[in-house]
Design a protein around this ligand. Structure first.
Ligand code: SD4
Length: 348
C-alpha cells in the first residue's frame, strides 16, 4: 500500500446544472435566531444523486430525516440495475435476495435480510422497526411479515440483464461466489474473498449498495442502507448492510455513518459503529472514516488489494466526510446549496 494520500478530489456536478462549488463540511446555521438547522443528506456512489433528490423533497420542506432516508433509497431500489432491489444480480442458485436497514435519531432501528420478491426492502425494514418488538427479520419470516403489512409479492423472475449475467456466470460456475466483473460479461471466476464491490475491467470499482445518512431541520439524524448484496453469493449469505452497527449506525448525539464495500470486512470491525465512536472522541467525519479503513487494512494486509471498503459520515454539526480503501469511491451530498458528487479520499 502506498502512503496515505490526503487529497480530496471533487467532481463538479450539481442538480442545479450550475458550476460546482466546494463544500468542506457544512455547518448548520441558526436562521433568524430560531433553532432551525440547515438539513443535509449524503448518499453513497453516483446513484446517490438521484436518491438525494428524492430525500431532499422531504428535507427541503422541513420533513424528518427518517422519512427522507427511506424515500431517497427507494428511488435506487426502483431504478438501479444490477445491485440494489429486485433488478439485482441473483445468488448462485438464481434468486435475488435483499438486505436493508434503517435507523432513526432515538436508537430505533429495523432491518431485513435474505428477503425475496419484495420491491422495497427498506420500507419493510422500517415496518420491522415501527411495528415489531424486534430489530431484524430474515428470509421467509421477513417475507411473511412484509405480506402481512400489505407489501406485494413480486414474481421473482430475474430482470433481463440479471438473466444474462447469471447465464454467463453459470457457464463457468464452480459453485462459488464470484466477483461481478462487468454487468455485460460477468463470467470471471474468483475466490469467495473477492466479492462486491468488484473491479471493472478498466480498474474502477463496481458498486452495488445505496447507503444514505441525513440530518433534518430539527437537527435529528437518521440513516438507511439497501442492497442485493454480492452477485452470485452463496445462498443465504447476508452482508453488512442489514447489520446495525456494521453497515449502518446512528447516534443522534454524535453522528451517522453508513458503509459500502465488502460486507464481511465491515462486519469484522463493526464498521459504522466504530466510525461513530471515533467521532465521539472528537475526530472529524473524514478522520473517523479513515481510522476504520486503516483498521481494515491492518487486518487484511495484502488481501486488502482485493477488496473495497468505504464509509460516509456526518456529525452532529452537519459536517460530512468519507474515506475508502481504494480510489474510485464517490458519494453525493445535498445541502440547501445543491446536490454535488464528490470523490472520496482513499488510502491507496
Ligand atoms: C454487501 N456491503 O452485501 C454490501 C455490498 C456493497 O458495494 O456495498 N457493495 O457486502
Amino acid at each position: 500500500m502506498n502512503k496515505i494520500m490526503d487529497r480530496r478530489k471533487f467532481i463538479h456536478l450539481t442538480s442545479l446544472g450550475a458550476a460546482g462549488f466546494t463544500i468542506k463540511g457544512f455547518i448548520p446555521q441558526t436562521v433568524h435566531g430560531t433553532s432551525s438547522i440547515s438539513p443535509i443528506v449524503v448518499a453513497t456512489w453516483d446513484a446517490g444523486l438521484a436518491a438525494n433528490k428524492a430525500a431532499w423533497s422531504v428535507l427541503g420542506s422541513g420533513g424528518k430525516a427518517l422519512d427522507a432516508v427511506e424515500k431517497g433509497v427507494m428511488v435506487t431500489e426502483d431504478e438501479m440495475n444490477c445491485c440494489v432491489g429486485l433488478n439485482g444480480n441473483p445468488d448462485r442458485d438464481g434468486f435475488v435476495t435483499l438486505d436493508a436497514s434503517i435507523m432513526d435519531h432515538e436508537f430505533n432501528c429495523g432491518s431485513v435480510a435474505f428477503l425475496e420478491r419484495i420491491k422495497h426492502p427498506i420500507s419493510v425494514a422500517r415496518k420491522v422497526m415501527e411495528k415489531t418488538p424486534h430489530v431484524m427479520l430474515v428470509g421467509q419470516g421477513a417475507q411473511q411479515f412484509a405480506l402481512e403489512q400489505g407489501f406485494k409479492l413480486e414474481s421473482g423472475e430475474l430482470s433481463e440483464d440479471a438473466k444474462k449475467s447469471y447465464q454467463n456466470w453459470l457457464k463457468k460456475s464452480t459453485y462459488q461466489p464470484v466477483i461481478n466483473i462487468e454487468r455485460k460479461n460477468a463470467t470471471t471466476q474468483l475466490e469467495p474473498s473477492k466479492m462486491a464491490p468488484s473491479r471493472l475491467s478498466n480498474g474502477e470499482w463496481n458498486h452495488d449498495t445505496i447507503g444514505m445518512i441525513a440530518m433534518d431541520s430539527m437537527g435529528n439524524l437518521s440513516g438507511s442502507c439497501t442492497t442485493s448484496g454480492a452477485g452470485f453469493k452463496m445462498r443465504g449469505r447476508v452482508g453488512d448492510s442489514p447489520v446495525i452497527g456494521a453497515g449502518l449506525y446512528v447516534d443522534n448525539e454524535v453522528g451517522a455513518v453508513v458503509a459500502t464495500g465488502q460486507g464481511e470486512d465491515v462486519i469484522r470491525v463493526a464498521g459504522s459503529s466504530a466510525v461513530v465512536e471515533q467521532m465521539r472522541q472528537g475526530k472529524s467525519p473524514t478522520e473517523a472514516c479513515k481510522i476504520i479503513v486503516e483498521r481494515i487494512l491492518h487486518i487484511k494486509k495484502e488481501k486488502a488489494k482485493e477488496i473495497q471498503v468505504c464509509f460516509i459520515a456526518i456529525n452532529k454539526k452537519g459536517e460530512f466526510g468519507a474515506y475508502s480503501l481504494h480510489k474510485g469511491f464517490n458519494y453525493a451530498v445535498h445541502t440547501p446549496q445543491g446536490n454535488t458528487l464528490h470523490e472520496a479520499t482513499f488510502l491507496d
